[in-house]
Design a protein around this ligand. Sequence first.
Ligand SMILES: NC(=O)c1ccc[n+]([C@@H]2O[C@H](COP(=O)([O-])OP(=O)(O)OC[C@H]3O[C@@H](n4cnc5c(N)ncnc54)[C@H](O)[C@@H]3O)[C@@H](O)[C@H]2O)c1
Length: 454
Amino acid sequence: MPMVPIAKKRIKVTASVLIVLILLLALYRSFLKDPTDVNRSEANLNKDHWAFVHPKIMDDGEKEGIHQKQQKLVNQIEQAKAQIAILEDRVRALEASTPRKYPQVKYLNYKNRKRILITGGAGFVGSHLVDTLMVQGHEVIVVDNFFTGRKRNVEHWLGHENFELIHHDIVNPLFIEVDEIYHLASPASPPHYMYNPVKTIKTNTMGTINMLGLAKRVMAKVLIASTSEVYGDPTVHPQPETYWGHVNPIGPRACYDEGKRVSETLSYAYAKQENVKVRVARIFNTYGPRMHMNDGRVVSNFILQALRNETITVYGNGKQTRSFQYVSDLVDGLISLMASNYSQPVNLGNPVEHTIEEFAWIIKKLVGGKSEVKQTDAVEDDPQRRKPDITRAKSVLNWEPKVPLDMGLYRTISYFRRELERSDQFQKDSRKYFDSPAVEYIQQSRQNFVPDKI
Ligand SMILES: NC(=O)c1ccc[n+]([C@@H]2O[C@H](COP(=O)([O-])OP(=O)(O)OC[C@H]3O[C@@H](n4cnc5c(N)ncnc54)[C@H](O)[C@@H]3O)[C@@H](O)[C@H]2O)c1
């Protein structure tokens, strides 16, 4: 039976509606589709970026995958940190168990081994005294405030069972048990002792009282490091211990010269009144390795000027004289004096006398280089002649200096050369450090740093 026209029409309308619906559905799906379906390889490349820009369209599986990856990285970092901590512990244990290499020391039994305090033991003379007494097998305690001394001078003994380093200012009392005291603490070069004259006087008066008081309490023998400066600008030449000196009590050097004179007076007052066993060494100009680079004294000035090819400057006309002893000779003299029964002051110095001008030429010759020697203005209160009379040291201690000037200077020049190289290297390293991108970054971060409001 033929279809009626109405039914035909309905079928047509329904079909057209269906087609439109199918098209709309297709269009809708194409909108929702992830582009990764379109081009899988490209989508793989951009996956993380896509996930970041359109996080909403990541499905749960992908999110879970990324989370797992992050977790894995965090775990790996934690494991690496734990392993580094274990390795650090091992390095520390290894360092502690490996015995440090110390210079060879003699074994002394308890009867012969002394506990020796050296004030100013981290300084130039003190550190050489430490070396000799340690090698002899004694127990050495160094007390220093590091004003002019430095740990580096005694670092080779740090950790040794016979050695102790105490950071202390001797202007304050000290309570320890010792058998002998070498009292060396005091700045020794003019720029250092003039830097704070009141402190220099305190160190040489209050500091000496504290050391003499300690010696009295523990019945220790005490040696005071006095100086040829107690003779001032001498009118007697060479200077014997019986000469009372020619000191300007209000001049720029008085804080040191008079400080040392009071130090001697105190020593004999304690000896007389309290029966303290005192030894007084009047030390003349001493030189050698570990001298302070900028102590402003003739030896270091001339050597540094010659090593840097600068003009060697002689104060005044250069006719003033000095005698120089090498530090190992002084150390032998100090130890002999402490061991002796002699309680009057003893000069320790090298009587071979040179004019300052001669000395400048000797150093120029030993160093080489192109330095000129030139005269400059004289210094106030600069003593004109200085030469020890060492008759007393020879007779009571059987001591006299042994190291010839050129040998001592050769060792000292080598030391200064090494120190200059070290400081040049240090400057290069710091320049490298300050030019590095890391420092630039740190500096920038500091500039950009905004502190939290409190
Ligand atoms: N070197 C010489 O030519 C010479 C000459 C004559 C006398 N002396 C005497 O010998 C001693 C040692 O001289 P140096 O050349 O080794 O001098 P230095 O400056 O190298 O050593 C002195 C040491 O004493 C320490 N010191 C200073 N004040 C102190 C304080 N208040 N408390 C604790 N420590 C303090 C310094 O830090 C330094 O380590 C000094 O007493 C000095 O007066 C030295």
